[in-house]
Design a binder for this molecule. Structure first.
Ligand SMILES: Cc1ncc(COP(=O)(O)O)c(C=O)c1O
Length: 372
């Protein structure tokens, strides 16, 4: 079955009511029979509930995985993967990993006895150089947030395989509509479902999708159950609803992304556009190999530094000035300001989440903002 068909039918099953849209089960607890055995598959909401299970059954086949776990947020998903590792594990993180994951490593994981090395994974040999005997996890993010760097997934997986390390890839920006990490050798796909899966800027969630239903999956499931990072049933339901339109939304996000990037190429007010769909982008060749199209996320660098970039942000009329990404509406963000004082993001960088509007209108808005 093609991806477009899979998303429309993902996890759908009719119950005895015949309802076509799935129900939402809000119950926190589930009855046992007189022998105290569970009547159904669930006992208590912190472990599982039917709506969450339905979402997980929808998510796993979209990435080609055997199992999935849904979480309260993308952060909860990533953190749970770390919490499931043995004490003293060494983890290799990309230098442009999503900012709050880097904060989690700096503020918490290092205190808890995990070791971390940061590598520029645009060159896979840096990953090999960072390996240690205790390396348990190699974490990738491609395209990355916010520098839109591209990692050669198959090359890094081969290095991990030789080292006996698990691989996890944050596939939030591409989604399985555009990039299939598990097919390229990755063990776990990580998602903030707050973004494209939800798709309407109205729900928070996260997911881990596992190639194999193995001990790594069981360890993450145990950590989620005990530490309590499950999503609310309504949020699981909203993510499921978003999934139905994922394929067609991603097609428009990608077409619009390409049109906006191409329309801005060579603009005299810009020093650089980070978008792997552009032939001159350093990640283009690898992205072309492993993505079916290049998505709706890009960053632009404004000549004149922070002040000039802030003026562009102030002048947009159609783009909304807000953080996050993956909704129907286009967003623009001075990323360093959002990340705060510890940010290493260049001050001239504006991150764009290209929405589903007509790309001519988006380009017109950006051009008037850049013209001043
Ligand atoms: C690439 C990426 N991964 C993970 C996250 C974290 O997700 P959440 O905000 O749902 O916790 C984000 C949030 O912006 C993100 O952009």
């Amino acid at each position: 079955m093609r991806f477009e068909t899979k998303v429309v039918h993902a996890g759908l099953r009719t119950d005895q009511t015949g309802a076509v849209a799935p129900p939402i089960h809000l119950s926190t607890t589930f009855e046992r029979d007189p022998a105290s055995e569970p009547i159904g598959a669930d006992t208590y909401i912190r472990e599982s509930n039917p709506t969450q299970t339905q979402l997980e059954n929808a998510l796993a086949p979209l990435e080609g995985g055997e199992a999935a776990l849904a979480f309260a947020s993308g952060m909860a998903a990533g953190v749970t993967a770390i919490q499931s590792l043995p004490p003293g594990s060494h983890i290799i993180l990309p230098d442009d990993a999503y900012y709050t994951y880097r904060t989690a490593f700096d503020d918490f994981f290092s205190r808890w006895g995990f070791e971390v090395s940061v590598a520029d994974m645009a060159d896979p040999t840096n990953v090999r150089a960072a390996l240690r005997p205790k390396t348990k996890l190699i974490w990738m993010e491609t395209p990355s947030n916010p520098l839109v760097k591209v990692v050669d997934i198959a090359a890094v997986c081969e290095i991990a395989r030789q080292a006996g390390a698990t691989t996890m890839l944050d596939n939030t920006w591409a989604t399985p509509a555009l990039q299939r990490p598990l097919d390229l050798g990755v063990d776990i796909a990580l998602h903030s479902t707050t973004k494209y899966f939800g798709g309407h800027s109205d729900v928070m969630g996260g997911a881990l999708i596992f190639k194999k239903s193995d001990q790594v999956y069981e360890a993450c499931k145990h950590a989620r159950h005990v530490l309590g990072s499950v999503p609310a049933p309504f949020n699981s339901w909203l993510v499921m609803r978003g999934i139905r339109t994922l394929a067609c939304r991603m097609r428009v996000h990608s077409d619009n992304g390409m049109a906006v990037a191409a329309g801005l190429e060579g603009h005299t007010a810009l020093s650089q556009i980070h978008y792997p769909g552009l032939k001159d982008d350093p990640g283009h060749a690898v992205a072309k190999k492993q993505m079916s199209s290049f998505g709706g996320m890009m960053s632009i660098r404004v000549k004149g530094g922070r002040d000039a970039a802030m003026k562009v942000v102030a002048r947009v009329k159609l783009f909304t000035r807000a953080t996050s990404l993956g909704g129907t509406e286009s967003l623009i963000e001075h990323r360093a300001s959002s990340e705060g004082p510890g940010s290493k993001t260049p001050q001239d960088l504006l991150r764009l989440s290209i929405g589903l509007e007509h790309h001519d209108d988006l380009l017109a808005d950006l051009k008037q903002a850049l013209a001043g």
